[in-house]
Design a protein around this ligand. Structure first.
Ligand SMILES: C[S@@+](CC[C@H](N)C(=O)[O-])C[C@H]1O[C@@H](n2cnc3c(N)ncnc32)[C@H](O)[C@@H]1O
Length: 253
């Protein structure tokens, strides 16, 4: 059982590694898998001068929702890397559908390896990826190493509160990590409660439908698909009630 697989499962809220092969099926009706392309595009437009030469890296890009919409809105080149081949196929199809296939390069790969070779980007994005690169503190340090001096980092994560049992750092703790890494918070966008709830409900009902189909096809594995529905529901509730989902824009000093 590899650490990469464990963190992959966790990044998509799967409790059991046996669920990994079924994730593309379960998530086939969704494009956005966590972060908000709209918030990210708004923040880039507000704070960063972009041109066709701006180089962007989208780490663990999922099905390319952020990359494709950035390429469409901003006309800059973007490289997306994700470990699930079916997600990368989907991202390539979406790039074609949006007419941005020349701006987008999607690759299957492990971002733990990619971060060792990918350098000198203007902007790096890590959207809703959890602890795949390490602790929040380690993650910020690693992301800083990928961008040029004065480059930008977009992270979609969460601020915990004092009661959220320490699994998410509080906003104050995040600031300590920024200070240590030599980055500055330029902007932050919080998930709007109403929008979040309706998006969660919509996505959850699509996932439940696919999980029920899988239960019919593989009755011996029903417990697996039930567990996925439960963990998805628990994550939605945590985001709605216990922690604050946030997209941060940081500048490397
Ligand atoms: C919650 S999704 C977020 C996807 C995308 N950033 C978005 O916001 O739509 C987490 C993603 O991390 C990817 N992932 C997990 N571990 C990975 C790894 N070691 N290398 C590359 N991708 C990984 C998963 O395949 C999944 O697409």
């Amino acid at each position: 059982m590899s650490n990469v697989e464990e963190k992959l499962a966790k990044s998509l809220t799967a409790e059991f590694l046996e669920l990994i092969p079924y994730l593309p099926y379960l998530l086939q009706d969704l494009w956005e898998l966590g972060s908000s392309p709209k918030d990210i595009i708004d923040m880039i437009l507000k704070h960063i001068q972009v041109s066709e030469n701006t180089k962007i890296l989208d780490l663990a890009c999922g099905k390319g929702a952020v990359s494709v919409q950035i390429a469409k809105a901003l006309g800059c080149k973007i490289k997306g890397i994700d470990i699930i081949p079916e997600f990368i196929d989907f991202a390539n199809k979406k790039a074609q559908e949006y007419g941005v296939e020349k701006l987008c390069e999607f690759k299957v790969g492990d971002i733990n390896k990619a971060v060792m070779v990918e350098k000198d980007y203007d902007i790096v994005i890590l959207g809703a990826v959890g602890d795949v690169l390490g602790t929040p503190e380690e993650t910020i340090q690693i992301l800083k190493g990928i961008v040029k001096n004065g480059g930008y980092i977009v992270v979609d994560d969460a601020y915990g509160n004092d009661n959220s049992n320490g699994s998410y750092p509080t906003r104050e703790k995040w600031f300590l990590f920024f200070q240590k890494a030599g980055v500055k918070l330029l902007d932050e966008r919080f998930n709007e409660d109403d929008e979040l709830e309706s998006l969660n409900d919509k996505q959850q009902s699509l996932i439940v439908m696919r999980a029920n189909e899988l239960k019919e096809q593989h009755p011996d594995k029903a417990y697996l698909f039930d567990s996925y529905i439960k963990s998805q529901q628990a994550e939605c509730e945590e985001l709605e009630n216990e922690i604050s989902g946030v997209t941060m824009l940081l500048c490397a000093l």
